[in-house]
Design a protein. Structure first.
Length: 216
């Protein structure tokens, strides 16, 4: 949502003299298009990049077994038929419509972290639903997003990640796959969501130096 993390980055970089654009992803927020809250790899590539294919196809830390993957594919195939019969895709339950006062007990650490940002006053927004339609996962299962990351070269890449981010292994592996020139910058003590809105932790000086040099 442009009203969430994207707006913070765009506003700060604009104040530092750069032209910045904050937008809502296709079919989400104030962007038009139906069905709502749908996503796919080609949409992600068009809008922005993030390696969701890996975690959806292989599970967290690549721990999904072949049997689990086949079961998931069967469930998604069945859901496609249900969506067709219902006339609309299944949209899983998202974040509450009003900011929550506390984090529910029993959540796993990653879900708890996302709840802290998206479901509480810190980052809650009525148009930020959270999950995409259930069958959006089918396309991500079959589309590896990072196959051509090395072709960004010779344009430079700056990778920024939090030291304690649960998504750290995404960034580390993407850095390994990318070609030079590239740089990996680790923010001490930062979690995944801290780089959404913690202006005291987001390395804006690093971003300013990188773009000042790279944008010619």
């Amino acid at each position: 949502m442009k009203e969430q993390g994207a707006g913070i980055y765009a506003q700060t970089m604009a104040e530092r003299g750069f032209v910045a654009v904050a937008f809502d992803e296709s079919f989400n927020g104030e962007s038009s298009g139906k069905p709502r809250h749908v996503s796919s790899p080609d949409i992600f590539v068009e809008d922005f990049s993030y390696d969701m294919s890996r975690v959806i196809r292989k599970g967290w830390k690549d721990k999904m077994s072949a049997e689990q993957r086949n079961k998931t594919l069967d469930q998604l195939s069945e859901q496609r038929w249900k969506d067709a019969e219902n006339g609309s895709p299944l949209l899983p339950q998202g974040f509450p419509s009003e900011p929550a006062a506390s984090i529910p007990e029993g959540l796993d650490p990653i879900t708890s972290e996302f709840f802290e940002y998206y479901a509480m006053a810190r980052g809650h927004h009525p148009r930020s639903h959270g999950p995409f339609t259930q069958t959006s996962n089918m396309a991500f299962m079959n589309f590896p997003l990072m196959n051509y990351i090395e072709t960004i070269s010779p344009r430079p890449i700056l990778f920024i990640m939090g030291e304690k981010a649960h998504s750290r292994y995404f960034t580390e592996d993407a850095y390994k796959m990318a070609a030079e020139p590239k740089e990996l910058y680790i923010v001490p003590g930062a979690r995944h969501i801290d780089l959404y809105d913690r202006t005291d932790m987001i390395p804006f000086d690093k971003l300013t130096a990188f773009f000042t040099k790279a944008l010619r």
